[in-house]
Design a protein around this ligand. Structure first.
Ligand code: DX5
Ligand code: ZN
Length: 230
């Protein structure tokens, strides 16, 4: 995949119907999702549990495009290969998941997958300065990770702007995750984010039986973000 900084919408299947992932994934892609965002939680790094590698492997055949796997787990290194084999295109690990995020990014790159580093709200932008050469994406969490449907933390837009300046011309995406909707999307897009994760704001009002609201929600977020860049 060639790099560009166009706005991409990455619906989080954390807000999908957990009994129907195959159809939910196909529905969001048909309705205009650019990437499919998979939130992996371990009940330790974050207070919630979601998908092991076999679940992610089961999602893979339903994803036509790019599968973006956000690992909220610690330790993370022992599981990187399993999530790579499960079919992730991007693997994002948290900088707070252990003392050696540089090694973690090397391990992700060694699998041949794109590598992302995620920052909790309390972690400064400068923490990634010496990691950027190993990154295809920096993920700025705009909620404390663990649950969908939380309120956007406004202080994080300044972090996005700092990262945007640090990154300059390098081919590194800035992703935002947590509380993104048509109201907050312009704030993060104006600050420099180009990949917007959204769970509740994409899935609200729709279902696999009636997926049109997914499309309307994706378009509303995209249009709000694009308008803020002009
Ligand atoms: C939070 C997850 C998010 C979450 C976003 O820990 O990483 O991807 O699903 O959900 P919303 O968009 O509902 O805040
Ligand atoms: Zn996420």
């Amino acid at each position: 995949m060639t790099f560009d900084r166009k706005i991409k919408i990455a619906p989080s299947i954390l807000s999908a119907d957990f009994a129907d992932f195959g159809r939910e994934i196909r529905a969001i892609e048909a309705e205009g999702a650019d990437w499919v965002h998979v939130d992996v939680m371990d009940g330790h790094f974050v207070p919630n549990l979601t998908f092991g590698p076999p679940a992610v492997k089961a999602f893979r055949p339903h994803v036509t495009g790019f599968m973006d796997v956000h690992l909220m787990i610690a330790p993370v290194d022992p599981y990187i290969e399993a999530y790579a084999e499960a079919g992730a295109d991007m693997i994002t690990a948290h900088i707070e998941a252990g003392p050696h995020p540089h090694r973690t990014l090397q391990a992700i790159r060694a699998t041949g997958k794109k590598a992302g580093i995620a920052l909790n709200p309390g972690t400064p932008a400068e923490a990634v300065e010496y990691l950027l050469d190993l990154c295809d994406m920096v993920l700025v969490m705009t909620v404390n990770p663990g649950f969908g449907g939380q309120k956007f933390i406004h202080s994080q837009t300044a972090k996005i702007a700092r990262l945007r300046a640090m990154i300059g011309d390098r081919p590194i995406h800035i992703q935002v995750d947590g509380g993104v909707d048509p109201v907050t999307a312009p704030l993060v897009a104006a600050a420099g984010a180009n990949v917007l994760v959204a769970g509740s704001a994409v899935f609200k009002g729709g279902s696999v039986a009636d997926p049109a609201p997914y499309g309307a929600n994706i378009r509303a977020i995209r249009e709000a973000a694009e308008a803020a860049r002009r």
